[in-house]
Design a protein around this ligand. Structure first.
Ligand code: ZN
Length: 435
């Protein structure tokens, strides 16, 4: 039958022919009140009945054709989505485990991430913030934040007891590695004051860990205004307090970590064999293109942190310190998506340094990333394809992000179960030597 398998051309042709036929018939002008007589009709009332029936027929027939045309378009769209998913999965897991194709997995907006379900995987999360009272972010520092949202978040920062543990439970987080929130020590101009407050923040964190030794671990806050004191504090935190690394909130007073002055920090990290979490801070030099709408966590912080990470690579920090390990949050601050172009264009710049290999090779060798603040299947799949699941770790960015949503999302992410366990806990356990 003609309409069993309509295509747009057939449907449109029929629709046009019938419309033409209808517009040629004077009954249409009769219907509009001009009073002309349809030559195919007899005398009234037979003539009126004929014109009315003809219009009714055309009306329903047009409805039918439009319906068939819409069905055809929807089927084509479904078929296209299916093909895209098949091709993505095949590329993603080439040489590895297969992902079961499922509909609705190409993009999962946070609002629809998952259904309600009890967590089933015990997780370790690495970007979980707290704050001592002295370092609570000021309203000027978080000026871009929606004030209502900030009102909910701020009271959660100093809280290191029941409420935090209950929220961790909801996400299935067994261990949270806690860190002083941004901008933290990096925003303090006075060096002795920065040293004293860093020590105070680390002692407070240590006290919280002692209260919950099975649930909390810590990253040290460092006063990089004075690198020797910072190195001594890092050694104290790791050797005496049992911390598992350090977290630095962006540049320190406008100075980035590739500055040769900070070389002893990299040596100390290598010597202690602990990673440095490079978290966004408050950029001091914004690009001229930045606008308020994009500043902060929306885009500005990622831009600054990704640039910071790339500075470490192209300035040769890892040639000097090949065993240094850096963790980037927010799904690698968009870098996993960019690696091919990074190599391609770095090879073409006259300003390139000899780093012994490509920038992407250094990124794959010396960097880990976390999923903090990104609950997106597509971004996760891209990162797995670019780096391998062994370089990705679960995190939530509590209390700035929805911890429960992050936990549910990773549980249902369409990835290989072994890769998922690696991301949720195994890599963190081995990198941080959590036993
Ligand atoms: Zn964070």
């Amino acid at each position: 039958m003609l309409y069993d398998s309509p295509c747009p051309t057939t449907v449109q042709r029929l629709h046009s022919a019938l419309t033409r036929e209808f517009s040629n018939c004077p009954s249409s002008s009769w219907a509009s009140g001009t009073g002309q007589v349809c030559p195919r009709a007899g005398d009234w009332p037979v003539r009126d009945f004929h014109c009315f029936a003809l219009q009714l027929f055309f009306f329903f027939f047009n409805c039918f054709l439009l319906h068939r045309h819409r069905c055809y378009q929807q089927n084509r769209l479904k078929s296209h989505r299916h093909d895209t998913e098949q091709s993505t999965n095949a590329q993603l897991m080439a040489g590895g485990s297969r992902i079961k194709p499922k509909m609705n997995q190409t993009r999962t907006p946070a609002s629809q991430a998952t259904t309600e379900k009890e967590p089933t995987i015990n997780k370790i999360a690495l970007e979980e913030h707290f704050s001592i009272g002295e370092l609570l972010p000021t309203s000027a520092e978080l000026e871009f934040f929606d004030p209502q949202l900030l009102g909910v978040i701020e009271p959660l920062l100093p809280e290191l007891a029941e409420q935090r543990l209950a929220n961790m439970d909801k996400a299935g987080i067994e261990i949270a590695v806690l860190s002083q929130t941004a901008p933290g020590i990096q925003a303090i101009a006075d060096s002795p004051e920065a040293s004293a407050i860093a020590r105070q923040a680390n002692d407070a964190l240590h006290a919280a860990i002692e209260q919950q030794p099975r649930r909390f671990r810590g990253f040290a806050a460092l006063n990089l205004q004075d690198v020797d004191t910072a190195c001594a504090e890092l050694k104290r935190c790791v050797s005496e307090l049992g911390f598992v690394g350090a977290l630095v909130n962006g540049g320190t007073q406008g100075e980035y970590l590739d500055n040769p002055r900070l070389d002893p920090l990299w040596s100390t990290l290598e010597q202690l064999d602990v990673p440095l979490y490079l978290h966004p801070g408050l950029p001091t030099n914004q690009p001229a293109s930045m606008v308020k709408e994009l500043d902060g966590a929306t885009w500005g912080w990622s831009f600054d942190t990704a640039t910071h990470a790339l500075r470490l690579i192209v300035k040769g920090v890892f040639e000097k310190h090949p065993n240094a390990k850096v963790i980037l949050g927010h799904m690698g601050e968009n870098l996993p998506f960019y690696l091919w172009r990074l190599d391609s264009r770095y090879a073409s710049t006259r300003y390139r340094n000899d780093i012994g290999t490509t920038p992407s090779a250094v990124f794959r060798r010396n960097f880990f990333i976390t999923t903090s603040g990104v609950c997106d299947d597509a971004a996760l799949q891209c990162s797995i394809a670019a780096l391998g699941p062994e370089r990705i770790m679960f995190s939530t960015d509590y209390p700035y992000e929805d911890i429960e949503l992050a936990g549910r999302w990773i549980e249902q992410a369409p990835i290989d179960p072994i890769a998922k366990t690696m991301i949720c806990r195994d890599t963190a356990r081995s990198l941080l030597r959590l036993g």
